[in-house]
Ligand binder design. Structure first.
Ligand code: 4AD
Length: 445
């Protein structure tokens, strides 16, 4: 049985077996007292092993980090911290861990633990983070599957730069051009996602994406996971509603299904985490146009490192001011200046009426503590306008033929977004560095 099953048991058991790693051991003359963790949950199973049981002579080797298999009787515990304890009938040492085991003591800093990614999942913090990661991955699927979305697998090797930002990792196989043309690791599954949505209706991809951007921040990784839904017959309004529902759903899921791990984060990382998530779960998010957001920032009287001016990208400090100080809740900023956004975003009417402030139907959902969690848009479904946008971005419409074909044959309005999965996990756990929600973080040197 796993520790999780054992600790949730309603009844005593005459015989159960658990495998795990020793967290602590105390010996007295007649017996040893062990705490075993198997990763199934945060809590340890407490074991009492009387001297004289088969395997007891291995006890001196059951030091912190050693692996052990124990069979025994599950009985009610007289201790007040746990309901059950295991009275060992036999124990078997599986693997020793000598003095060099790096996790002898509790309380190592995250920075040190990053140097031992192969062992850090054995700590309380990383055990909790990776269990939440697993649960929330499942919740992502459940959210979309409940709504009839199809899960599609978009390619990781690609030839097109979706975001047009030139932040792609090039793939080579020796000197050769393996695919006959330059190939890269994808920065987003969106373009292929769009083609699948324009056939299947509503789809989502959920996979690794790669960015060769040299951003040394606590919120950027070179390899991260993105959740990307794409919906045919949807406009920006529907896209924003889906994004807000998605975030609400994941908050509720975490509160309901990750309670033990969240309580740990609340105690050791962020004392207001559960209160904040509980409040957010019941609060509708705010929406504001980019133009209104710029006005708010200009009128705030705040001194920012980067000046605020209509037509420039919102910097992280601006996003955080909006969501943390002004609205004090997640906020979706929409209708961004055309000139700062990629070619595929749908041009609003102000692009055609001579306005000096043309905008596209883009949206970013910002959350306190993180800034941008989601970026998305309605897509340009009008063929001629898209061709012209490609040319305006110095891209060759011929190279995007499959994509532009969608606009030639049965085009439909459609919209989607990308949710940064690690940023979502940071938001849900209070972990402040993206390196600590990825099992093997890849970041620039
Ligand atoms: O805003 P982005 O760049 O949007 C896209 O890639 C669109 N093609 C998505 C779509 O419409 N289907 O990225 C989406 C999200 C960001 O809001 C952020 O949460 C996350 O992906 N993200 C990163 N997360 C970690 N490290 C990085 N380097 C990230 N870059 C983006």
């Amino acid at each position: 049985m796993t520790a999780k099953q054992i600790l949730a048991s309603d009844t005593a058991h005459p015989e159960i077996t658990i495998g795990g790693w020793v967290r602590t051991r105390r010996d007295s003359k007649q017996f040893s007292f062990l705490e075993i963790n198997d990763g199934s949950c945060l809590a340890n199973v407490q074991v009492i092993a009387d001297s004289g049981i088969p395997g007891y002579d291995a006890v001196p080797q059951l030091t912190t980090g050693a692996s052990v298999e124990i069979t025994g009787k599950l009985v009610e515990s007289p201790g007040k911290n746990q309901k059950w304890e295991l009275h060992a009938a036999s124990l078997k040492l599986l693997g020793t861990a000598d003095d060099s085991y790096p996790l002898q003591k509790k309380g190592h800093g995250a920075e040190f633990l990053r140097t031992i990614p192969h062992l850090r999942s054995r700590t309380n913090l990383f055990g909790a983070v990776f269990r939440v990661r697993s649960k929330i991955s499942f919740a992502v699927h459940q959210f979309f599957q409940e709504r009839g979305f199809h899960h599609v697998h978009t390619p990781i090797i690609t030839t097109s730069d979706c975001e047009g930002a030139g932040e792609m990792f090039r793939i080579t196989a020796g000197e050769e051009e393996f695919f006959g043309a330059p190939a890269y690791l994808t920065v987003s599954g969106q373009l292929e996602g769009e083609t699948l949505a324009c056939g299947l209706g509503s789809i989502y991809t959920f996979g690794p994406t790669f960015r060769a951007e040299n951003s040394h921040t606590t919120r950027h990784a070179s390899e991260f996971w993105m959740v990307e839904p794409e919906v045919a017959f949807a406009d920006l309004e529907a896209d924003m509603t889906l994004a807000e529902d998605n975030v609400h759903y994941l908050i509720d899921y975490a509160l309901e299904h990750c309670a033990e791990d969240l309580a740990f984060f609340n105690k050791f990382l962020d004392k207001s985490l559960i209160e904040r998530l509980t409040k957010l779960s019941k609060t509708p998010f705010q929406r504001v146009t980019y133009t209104e957001a710029v006005d708010i920032l200009l009128k705030s009287g705040k001194k920012f490192d980067y000046p605020v001016e209509w037509g420039t990208n919102l910097q992280s400090e601006h996003e955080r001011f909006l969501t943390e100080e002004h609205f004090k809740t997640p906020v979706t900023v929409y209708n961004y200046p055309k000139k700062i956004k990629p070619f595929y975003m749908r041009q609003n009417d102000d692009c055609f009426d001579g306005s000096d402030r043309p905008t596209v139907a883009a949206m970013d959902l910002l959350v306190p503590g993180i800034g941008e969690l989601i970026g998305g848009s309605q897509r340009e479904e009008r063929g001629e306008i898209l061709d012209e946008a490609l040319r305006a971005h110095d891209l060759d419409p011929e190279a995007y033929k499959g994509y532009t074909d969608l606009r030639r044959y049965g085009t439909v309005p459609h919209a989607g977004y990308g949710l940064g999965f690690e940023r979502m996990l940071m938001f849900l756990t209070g972990v402040s560095n993206i390196r600590d929600v990825l099992p093997y973080p890849r970041t620039p040197a």
